[in-house]
Design a protein around this ligand. Structure first.
Ligand code: WTA
Length: 651
């Protein structure tokens, strides 16, 4: 945890604290501090209470069945996620309420009321059925941030198909890996997406990706139109608008799903080269995400919720689609980049739609800090009443900037710690109850029994650090890793029996507040995106000139972490700036742009222990310019000297 110790110094000197204002506390959904104690004493009772906010076709018989590490929640209950997110709101006063306000990057916009959204979802559900998609089938989704993306997810949910979304920034190869692992035979994509005025070639990637897979149908949304170079493959590819036009306009019945039926797969990086298909089921996930909308985000009927994440990541699944919609909220969804056409785009959107809650990532906040407050100042942000962050630790400076320049000192900030695996926010303030401290995600939300423990699994005393763990199951937890239950057991429950290990280090302060310090495994968090070092290493080694590679995350002012790759080339290969560019491009092609190494350092040898293990800690120390610790286990100490010189040279 060497990296972790680095950040500790700054964090531990953080003294500022912000209690909720009386006015905010008074109106908050959750304002009785007794809720924590109640939920801790009787978690099943607490979750049963929360489950009343979900519509069940058939009531469940039992809240929880726990055979560690396998949990079943709301056993015997029947429900449908799309019914909960859309249809039930069509029947009451929310019928004509805006469900999704969508803004395209070029400036086009669209509003879907719950009724309109419901009709589109029904049509899309019929379309999927027409294409032969059945309950339990996996549908891979590779779309830009356009309305067809949430519509597709909800249509899958409506008929009981399992969606597997692949972020549009992933390469053809990554898409292919996920199609193969999920064994899916239908792909929904687009002719392209807009990004900073340029076109993301989704269809070209999709064409490459489906080669050699079982994909028999590719549905193509026309987002770009004439400017796109996308071509259609006869017999395999169909246009979304044409298929939608053929679909019946009658309601599509919601499939009665078991609480434990799978709702979706979402792939995330781990310590090996192969991404894990995280499995989320229906009942528990919906109860979890719906609860956090009301508790952590204090959602009210009038709120306009703007989450800046991409639906390609879990944050978008939970806080653009299932959370806000099951809660009957209005959600703002934006297609493009924060600096297109100008650096004020987020603030322009907040003003245009009077967003009341803004949820974004620390890396974005640090970017805004760098650009300066003048962009936010151009806009009226008075509608905002609550701010949130997610994805990586937020440094106190960024927290304070967000507080002052966006929240104008008025809006509580909820720093939410969670993961793809946890489904929704786990450690976060309740804005009407919790006194916040800049840089701390504060404490576990009601119903979540999280702690910080030492190597032996004992709870650490205040003032100490260790492993973050979750001691009891929770409704929206992952159920397994798709096709690899052993990996699920090993990765998450292998360290402490029956206790979930997220893979983050954390510190407990004197008030027992949690300070999340970052990953303790071989996962790098670049701008809030999880990337496995092994994935990047295999992509680099795949380059024809490369013999060996070791990848580490070094701290980076804006991105949180940046990728540094130490590379040895094959015999007879000359290193050159061109080769650096080639290797970086190779990683982009293999994984996606977010995995592009910030820097490549060529070295004659990698520092290894006598048992041939690459010493990543040492490489991190070198990349971050730290005094080196113990190097006595090195097989060849001279490697480090030459590396250090070389690193100084490249900087
Ligand atoms: C990190 C994103 C500190 C953490 C929802 C976790 C955070 C990983 C925070 C999950 C936070 C997320 N403070 N670290 N508020 N939120 N992380 O699966 O390392 O993309 O394990 O889920 O991001 O990333 P994932």
């Amino acid at each position: 945890m060497s990296e972790v110790n680095n950040q500790l110094d700054t964090l531990l000197h953080e003294q500022r604290s912000f209690p909720p204002s009386e006015a905010f506390a008074k109106q908050a959904n959750f304002n009785d501090p007794g809720v924590y104690e109640r939920a801790l004493k009787d978690p099943d009772g607490y979750w049963a209470e929360q489950a009343e906010n979900i519509t069940w076709f058939k009531p469940y018989d039992k809240v929880l069945e726990w055979n560690p590490p396998h949990a079943k929640w709301f056993v015997g209950g029947k429900l449908n996620a799309a019914y909960n997110a859309v249809d039930r709101h069509r029947q009451g006063p929310r019928k004509n309420k805006a469900a999704i306000i969508w803004e395209g990057e070029p400036g086009d916009d669209k509003v879907y009321t719950y009724e309109m959204l419901g009709r589109e979802v029904d049509k899309a559900a019929h379309m999927l059925k027409n294409l032969g998609v059945k309950k339990g089938d996996r549908v891979t989704v590779y779309l830009p941030m356009i309305p067809e993306l949430p519509i597709t997810l909800l249509a899958c949910a409506k008929i009981g198909a399992i969606h597997s979304v692949v972020f549009g920034g992933f390469s053809a190869k990554s898409l292919q890996d996920r199609i193969l692992d999920g064994d899916s035979d239908v792909l929904i994509t687009a002719d392209g997406g807009w990004r900073r005025g340029g076109i993301v070639p989704l269809k070209a990637n999709a064409d490459e990706a489906v080669e050699g897979t079982k994909v028999r149908k590719v549905v193509v949304v026309q987002r770009i139109g004439e400017k796109s170079n996308a071509t259609m493959v006869e017999g395999r590819d169909v246009y979304w608008h044409e298929e939608m036009a053929k679909a019946p306009t009658t309601p599509c019945p919601a499939e009665e799903m078991d609480a434990e039926d799978i709702l979706y797969l979402l792939y995330t990086s781990g310590t090996t080269g192969k991404p894990k298909g995280i499995v989320h089921t229906t009942g528990g996930y919906l109860v979890g995400v719906n609860t956090s909308m009301r508790s952590v985000f204090d959602l009210k009927e009038e709120d306009i919720f703007f989450c800046t994440a991409d639906i390609g990541w879990v944050t978008g699944h939970t806080y653009i689609v299932y959370g806000p919609l099951t809660a009957g909220a209005t959600v703002v969804m934006y297609e493009g980049a924060p600096d297109f056409p100008e650096r004020d785009r987020f603030w322009a959107i907040v003003e245009k739609y009077s967003a009341t809650i803004l949820y974004t990532a620390p890396t974005s906040i640090r970017t805004f800090m760098k650009w300066g407050p003048q962009y936010a100042e151009k806009h009226n942000l008075d509608s905002l009443r609550l701010l949130g962050t997610v994805g990586e630790p937020i440094n106190p400076e960024a927290w304070m900037w967000y507080h002052e320049h966006i929240g104008k000192g008025r809006c509580p900030i909820v720093d939410t710690w969670w993961q793809t695996e946890t489904g929704c926010a786990m450690i976060a303030p309740l804005p009407g109850i919790t006194t916040t401290k800049p840089g701390s995600a504060t404490r576990p939300v009601p119903g979540i029994d999280a702690d910080i423990v030492d190597e032996q699994g004992n709870s650490v005393e205040p003032g100490h650090g260790g492993y973050l763990v979750v001691k009891k199951p929770w409704p929206s937890m992952l159920r397994t890793v798709w096709g690899d239950d052993d990996r699920f057991k090993r990765t998450y429950f292998g360290q402490f029996e029956g206790i979930y290990l997220p893979g983050d280090g954390a510190h407990k302060d004197e008030d027992s507040y949690f300070w999340i310090l970052g990953r303790i495994d071989d996962v790098i968090n670049v701008s809030g995106h999880r990337i496995g070092t092994m994935e990047v290493e295999s992509a680099i080694v795949d380059h024809k000139s490369v013999a060996e590679a070791a990848v580490i995350g070094r701290s980076h002012e804006v991105k949180g972490q940046a990728i540094t790759a130490f590379v040895t080339v094959k015999e007879g290969i000359e290193t050159s700036p061109e080769l650096v560019a080639q290797i970086k491009q190779h990683v982009v092609e293999k994984i996606g742009a977010m995995a592009r190494p910030e820097e490549i350092i060529f070295t004659a040898e990698l520092p290894k222990t006598r048992s041939a293990k690459i010493m990543r800690r040492l490489l991190r120390d070198i990349a971050e310019g730290r005094v080196l610790g113990d190097t006595t286990t090195l097989a060849d100490p001279s490697v480090v000297e030459s590396l250090k010189n070389q690193y100084a040279h490249t900087e």
